[in-house]
Design a protein around this ligand. Structure first.
Ligand SMILES: *Cc1c(COP(=O)(O)O)cnc(C)c1O
Length: 484
């Protein structure tokens, strides 16, 4: 029950209209929707009301600032937050190329352009310009995917988890799928092969042990209920040491002798040979198709470097069945994704273009000396802009591929380390995350590290301006009271 002092304080709170009359707001009335201003003021007042009602005694409230100018100041901060986009670009200075929390693959400029154009106008998404009749959205990337992988047919869905689900649901509903125990992968905490299989209606038959699985293990598990043999690429871990796994070609031979198809979930879906650029071997989609695998699934936004998508390629009779599955509609891919995917796939028609224009491939294959030169340039520039209170040095930690791809690859990289004698590294990192655009660094003991493998050349000036704006004069001491 509110007591007298509660009521007294509540009555003292200014009205919404009173706060809106403060000077700062008058100017904003023209620039921002009134609804946003009103909501912001109401939220601030509601916060004060809560504090008042929760107070156990009047003494607790004596310091409470309820003057219209302070309330207006806080409300203005809220206005700024509400008018800013929630989802926005950030500079990834973590050195993790495929950072799932930072949106995985940044898109090639050609893909971004395609999204803009297809998004702005109507498009021939499901309409044949030749015949004037209705067609399917699958057709736009089918030929490219078949070309680049050697497959007969292709289908794109929302993401690879969806692709695995849909393929299993189509090919093995109510029947058994044989898979090695060493390949029961969990990706990113929420995608577990056994659970996705269960949801797809397929029954999992685990064979072998965690570190060893032989062809005879698969052979012995075949029954009249078997629908499919599944291989899963252990994309985010490796079983090392005393191990044995069955290669796709041998599994295909066994399966086909038993009139069974083989499916392989590749995860990353590499379309070109990364070993040529000093990276560890990652199975290419075309290798699996050449080995006779009937259905291959992979992501659009991992090593392929395109938009989020799940790609299914393989034998026409199996892919056709998947296209006819009613669930395909629930997982279908959006036109903007298709536009970006088609543009990205086209870049692969010329390997040099792909390496130059697809950001993921470019970051993975950039020579160490380029990264080093960038780090030195950024270090010098920041030293001159931030002044002597920062100690700035170059570090040489490894960068990582991330995104559940190439877990053993460590990429040579260079970081700009920023250290301030009075400011903790966590505070520096938090200031950087508030920059415009936000910068996400690595934090190491008493310094932050800006990894230059994941900051591209055309982002360097943005990075310099953003870092200088939030760290100049120390960090956190030059609180800017001019808000909007
Ligand atoms: C990443 C991955 C998935 C999930 O792919 P999404 O596109 O993130 O849905 C499934 N299987 C494997 C082996 C993977 O590496």
């Amino acid at each position: 029950m509110p007591q007298d002092f509660h009521k007294r304080y509540l009555r003292r709170l200014p009205a919404v209209e009173r706060v809106l009359q403060e000077k700062g707001f008058q100017e904003l009335e023209e620039r921002f929707p009134r609804e946003v201003l009103l909501r912001s003021v109401r939220e601030v007042l509601e916060g004060r009301r809560k504090i008042i009602l929760q107070a156990a005694s009047e003494e607790e409230l004596q310091q409470l600032d309820i003057s219209p100018p302070s309330l207006a100041f806080e409300a203005l901060q809220l206005v700024r937050e509400k008018m800013d986009y929630n989802l926005k670009p950030v500079l990834n200075a973590t050195g993790v190329v495929l950072h799932t929390n930072l949106g995985r693959a940044p898109l090639a400029p050609q893909a971004v352009k395609a999204i803009g154009e297809v998004g702005r106008h109507f498009s021939n998404l499901e309409f044949s310009l030749k015949s004037g009749k209705r067609t399917t959205r699958h057709e736009h990337v089918e030929e490219l995917l078949c070309w680049l992988t050697g497959a007969e047919d292709a289908l794109v869905v929302n993401n690879n988890a969806g692709a695995v689900f849909l393929a299993l649901n189509t090919a093995a509903f109510g029947r058994e799928v044989i898979v090695s125990r060493g390949e029961l992968v969990e990706i990113g905490g929420s995608f577990r092969i056994p659970e996705v299989m269960a949801r797809s209606g397929a029954r999992l038959v685990e064979v072998g042990t965690t570190n060893k699985c032989y062809l005879r293990d698969y052979r012995d598990a075949v029954t009249e209920h078997t629908a499919l043999m599944l291989k899963v690429h252990t994309s985010n871990y490796r079983v090392l040491g005393f191990t044995a796994e069955v290669d796709p070609a041998s599994l295909v031979r066994l399966a086909h002798n038993n009139n069974l198809p083989v499916m392989e979930d590749l995860g990353s879906g590499v379309l070109l040979d990364l070993t040529l650029y000093g990276l560890p071997r990652e199975p290419m989609v075309s290798d699996s198709i050449a080995a006779g695998v009937d259905l291959v699934t992979f992501s659009g936004d991992k090593l392929l470097g395109g938009p989020q998508a799940g790609i299914i390629v393989g034998e026409q009779r199996y892919v056709r069945q998947i296209k006819r599955n009613q669930m395909a509609r629930a997982l279908r891919v959006d036109k903007l994704t298709l536009a970006a995917l088609e543009a990205t796939l086209r870049l692969y028609l010329d390997e040099r273009t792909a390496l130059k224009d697809i950001p993921v491939l470019n970051m993975l294959t950039s020579p160490a000396e380029d990264i080093k030169a960038r780090a030195q340039r950024v270090a010098e520039e920041l030293q001159s802009r931030l002044g002597g209170s920062f100690r700035i040095n170059i570090f040489t930690e490894k960068a990582r591929v991330g995104g559940g791809s190439l877990p053993l690859a460590s990429l040579p990289s260079f970081q700009v380390g920023l250290e301030h004698q009075d400011v903790k590294s966590e505070v520096l990192a938090s200031r950087l995350r508030m920059a415009d655009p936000p910068v996400v660094p690595r934090v190491r003991e008493n310094r932050v590290l800006l990894d230059m493998r994941t900051v591209r050349e055309n982002e360097v000036n943005m990075l310099l301006d953003a870092v200088a704006a939030v760290l100049k004069g120390g960090a956190g001491y030059n609180e800017d009271r001019h808000l909007v």
